[in-house]
Design a protein around this ligand. Structure first.
Ligand SMILES: [Zn+2]
Length: 412
């Protein structure tokens, strides 16, 4: 049984790799083949130089993604069939007891993965992003961020892991249901705490003080029957040249956040149209639906783990001799993506459907042509390719391809 499972796992992993490499290869050749000319739909709106920069940036990031995949698979195989997890278990089981053993084991896996991943993260930020003019980070800021993120992960992760491992050990057969309830409660709490407690650790938020823009935005909010606890500008330019706008929080902690990079680039009418799109996400309850979907998926995953946790073949098939709750949890989350990868296109499809819906809302409550103008600028500034491979886009893209999105807006 365990040998069979090893083979099933390897087959799933290899299929996932083959599919991801094939899609990356398609994306690269599709973009390179269309590099020489601005696509007809954007002629006169986007300069050839900007189109070529977007093509080169997309190719560079896709190539880096392939390298990332190789690293990811190497780590996964080293931990599982390579015996890494078993070695970590042997190390910790004679040094710490009980729930702390599980916490030590899980944190070691996370720490080792992060260290192995670090060169690639540095390369992404200081070579690729730098080459295309997007990096605004100093090495010092990168290190400070890393230390803060680690401290935050330990401070939040330790009690959460202790609680989960305790529930797994103490709640009998239906432990997975208790873990699920705890997990949902924890995530909701995080959503409430993030805007006011966590985000300010990394960025500065100041009230939007441009009176003209404020008046415009407030008029839009009133028109759409929307209340928020404030309009903020975030210093996104500290780290990156990419621009964005978003909502965070729920109920009273709900805030609207504009990246300073976005405000610097767009006209007031365009900012309004982008915000109207974001309001569309809220009005159509996309955020709530997404959370409900993720909760339902985690319930399904935990129910599966509930069946696997006592199955010897599950551990042995993934290269571990010992079986306990912490190892079961780790193996499940390490090996899971090889099996759940095929859900990616479904989630992307749902997300693209939401984007169209939010665009329609923006067209109805603000202006389709202002949103088109804003999108063209954002695609240009973010060097997002205008010519993605259709299959690659179908599989991964959370946003519809630029040409399609703009065509729909122009019909509206
Ligand atoms: Zn959107």
């Amino acid at each position: 049984m365990s040998d069979t499972f090893s083979i099933v796992f390897l087959a799933a992993l290899m299929s996932m790799c083959a599919l991801r490499l094939w899609l990356a290869g398609r994306q690269i050749s599709h973009v390179i083949a269309r590099r020489a000319k601005v696509p007809a739909a954007f002629a006169g709106r986007i300069e050839l130089a900007a189109h070529q920069k977007a093509a080169d940036y997309t190719v560079a990031r896709t190539r880096l993604g392939r390298l990332g995949l190789a690293v990811e698979v190497t780590i996964l195989l080293a931990f599982t069939l390579g015996g890494g997890l078993q070695a970590l278990h042997d190390f910790w089981s004679v040094r710490v007891d009980g729930l702390l053993y599980g916490v030590a084991l899980i944190f070691s896996v996370l720490a080792i993965s992060a260290v192995v991943d670090l060169p690639l993260a540095l390369y992404r930020q200081f070579v690729v992003e730098e080459r295309f003019g997007f990096n605004r980070m100093s090495v010092q800021l990168f290190v400070v961020d890393l230390l803060k993120q680690t401290a935050l992960a330990v401070a939040i992760g330790t009690p959460v892991l202790l609680a989960m491992l305790w529930l797994m050990a103490s709640m009998g057969e239906l432990w997975w249901l208790y873990v699920w309830l705890f997990w949902c409660a924890f995530n909701l709490l995080l959503l409430f705490l993030y805007p006011t407690w966590i985000a300010p650790l990394f960025n500065k938020f100041v009230a939007l003080d441009d009176a003209q823009l404020r008046a415009r935005v407030e008029a839009l909010l009133t028109r759409c029957g929307f209340t928020s606890s404030g309009l903020f500008v975030m210093d996104g330019s500290r780290r990156s040249g990419h621009g964005n706008a978003y909502f965070t929080g729920f109920g009273r902690t709900k805030r609207i956040v504009f990246f300073d990079t976005l405000l610097a680039r767009l006209q007031a009418v365009e900012v309004e149209a982008v915000l109207a799109h974001e309001l569309g996400h809220f009005k159509h309850r996309h955020v709530l639906k997404r959370i409900a979907l993720l909760f339902a998926m985690s319930l399904a995953f935990l129910a599966v783990l509930g069946q696997l946790i006592d199955a010897k073949w599950f551990y042995n098939g993934l290269g571990v001799e010992t079986s306990n709750t912490a190892l079961g949890l780790l193996l499940f989350f390490l090996a899971g993506p090889a099996f759940t990868f095929l859900l990616t296109p479904l989630l992307s499809l749902l997300s693209r459907r939401d984007e169209f819906e939010a665009d329609r809302y923006a067209a109805a409550n603000s202006s389709a042509s202002d949103l088109v103008a804003a999108l063209v600028k954002l695609y240009e500034d973010n060097a997002a390719t205008l010519t993605p491979d259709p299959l690659h886009s179908l599989f991964y893209d959370s946003h519809p391809p630029a040409a399609l999105r703009i065509a729909r807006l122009q019909e509206a």
